[in-house]
Ligand binder design. Structure first.
Ligand code: NAD
Length: 488
């Protein structure tokens, strides 16, 4: 039986493409379906854009750019602030919609509305802080003016795991800077972006400033947009492989790019850690979003003196986690996004077990409808296991023991990624040494979750380029101009 609250909410979600301020069908008339991963049921059928639709969206963004760029920063900020207020007022709708299309527990969806909303508030405040400088040259001959300008129309590509926050983290700084955008959400979770575009329209975003294309043919639709000379910026969040491909396409037009890619976060627990805090942090860093976060702890590197105690305590907690549809009371672990994700978790665990790891809880997929994998802990994971090299993107906590600080650093840095690292120690000097020695764009020191709209989010090494959030975030959408003038 269909829940009336879900049915009423879904009726308010647009099913068209949003181009030039209008909701339109795909020019081919094609549609795509969005499914609830907890049940496999169709949630909604929406437009499936063609490459021509993608170019129409870019046409609209290019046309709207000059007047949006010339709109005073304060006016742009007020629209973003209105969007923040509207989103806050409708938090329950957005939370439920994310749970329906992506599967995360409702409490976490509510958390994402707060986190995602903060980018609107933060960048509404940053819009008016963009400044330049005026200074004499060092020789005292002439005056230099340095000014900042919006880069132009942007193409934003977002993943399925945080349907709202990944959209606001890009749209808010772009609009604050004076850029117009075409956004392409993942085909698995496009509904949140569609409802959010409707909210932006209501908040007063002018026609063409934000355009949304939903498509099952992401490669075919994206490439002509990226290769179009009118596009000036590509911002992508997703897997490293797709990011690399898009960077190759972007090279042709020497496009500005921001890349938020994969991670393989170490979670290091020293023998002097407060284990209560470490267990709480581990649960948050590993199981938030059902383990499907680029910031998810992937490798638990635990000092041999505390590894048994940590494994026992964390296993007890994980064994109690309730698995089910995200709308059910008390559920901590919803479904994985699809069958492929379940197969990946299963094969990573099987490979680790074949190399000698022990499963202390979980370790299997759930039979029946929906794509569920039990929350799992595996200990004694051997060096060389696939699970230590690959992003798990599922609820599997893998433990590796170590003997001294140098070994912990070597293990933590032994990855081509460098998005985030977690370290638990009560020793301040050791914590400071770890800040200096870990190859990472972000770090939680005795903290299991680091994301904050006011902080620069982004990675080192193959985890990406550029930063989202913080004072840095808006500069991804600005370009610098230097002008020399004579002495007055
Ligand atoms: P994905 O790379 O498969 O897809 C991301 C987006 O790219 C989607 O919109 C998808 O439709 C699109 N896409 C896929 N192939 C494309 C192509 N050939 N051309 C253009 N667009 C294409 O990633 P995903 O499975 O949706 O998300 C999971 C990945 O995202 C993980 O690796 C995760 O670490 C990463 N991620 C990173 C961050 C971060 O901030 N660093 C945040 C969330 C997710």
């Amino acid at each position: 039986m269909v829940d009336p609250r879900e049915r009423d909410l879904l009726a308010t979600v647009p099913d068209g493409l949003f181009i030039g301020g209008e909701w339109v069908a795909a020019d081919s008339g094609r549609t795509l379906t969005v499914q609830d991963p907890a049940t496999g049921d169709v949630v909604k059928t929406i437009a499936d854009a063609s490459p021509a639709d993608g170019i129409a969206a870019l046409d609209a963004a290019a046309e709207a750019f000059p007047s949006w760029a010339a709109t005073p920063a304060r006016s742009r900020a007020e629209i973003l602030r209105r969007a923040f207020d509207l989103l806050t007022a409708r938090a329950e709708d957005f939370a439920l919609l994310m749970t329906l299309e992506m599967g995360k527990p409702l409490a976490e969806s509510r958390g994402e509305v707060v986190y995602g909303g903060e980018f609107l508030r933060w960048f509404s405040e940053e819009a008016a802080r963009v400044t330049g400088r005026y200074a004499p040259t060092p020789e005292g001959k002439g005056r230099m003016i340095v000014s900042q300008h919006p880069v132009g129309p942007c193409f934003l590509v977002t993943p399925w795991n945080f349907p709202l926050a990944m959209a606001t983290r890009k749209i808010a700084p772009a609009l604050a800077a004076g850029c117009t955008v075409v956004i392409k959400p993942a085909a698995l979770t496009p509904l949140t972006t569609l409802l959010f575009a409707k909210l932006l329209q209501e908040a007063g975003v002018p026609a063409g400033v934000v355009n949304v294309i939903t498509t099952s043919a992401s490669g075919a639709v994206s490439e002509p947009i990226i290769r179009d000379p009118r596009l000036r910026k590509l911002s992508f969040t997703g897997s490293t492989g797709v990011g690399q491909r898009l960077m190759e396409q972007a090279a042709q037009g020497v496009l500005r790019t921001s890349m938020e890619l994969g991670g393989n976060a170490p979670f290091v627990i020293f023998e002097d850690a407060d284990l209560d805090k470490a267990v709480d942090g581990a649960i948050a860093a590993k199981f938030r979003n059902i383990g499907q976060a680029c910031t998810a702890a992937n490798r638990f590197i635990v000092h041999r003196r505390v590894v048994e105690e940590f494994t026992r305590r964390v296993t007890e907690r994980v064994a109690e986690m309730k698995v089910g549809r995200g709308t059910e009371e008390g559920v901590a672990i919803g479904p994985l996004i699809d069958d492929r994700a379940v197969a990946k978790a299963s094969s990573l665990v099987a490979d680790a077990v074949a190399r000698g790891a022990q499963v202390t809880t979980g370790g299997e997929a759930l039979a029946g409808s929906g794509t569920f994998y039990l929350p799992t802990v595996i200990s004694d994971v051997a060096a060389g296991s696939d699970i230590l090299r690959e992003e798990i993107f599922g609820p599997v906590l893998a433990i590796v023991p170590f003997d001294d600080e140098d070994e912990a650093v070597r293990l933590a840095n032994d990855t081509e990624y460098g998005l985030v690292s977690y370290v638990y120690t009560e020793n301040l000097a050791r914590g400071q040494r770890m800040i200096e020695r870990l190859e990472t764009g972000m770090m939680g020191l005795n903290m299991g979750v680091v994301s904050n709209a006011a902080a620069p989010f982004g990675g080192w090494k193959m985890s990406g380029l550029g930063r989202e959030g913080g004072a840095e975030g808006i500069h991804e959408y600005l370009q610098t101009k230097y002008t020399l003038t004579p002495d007055p």
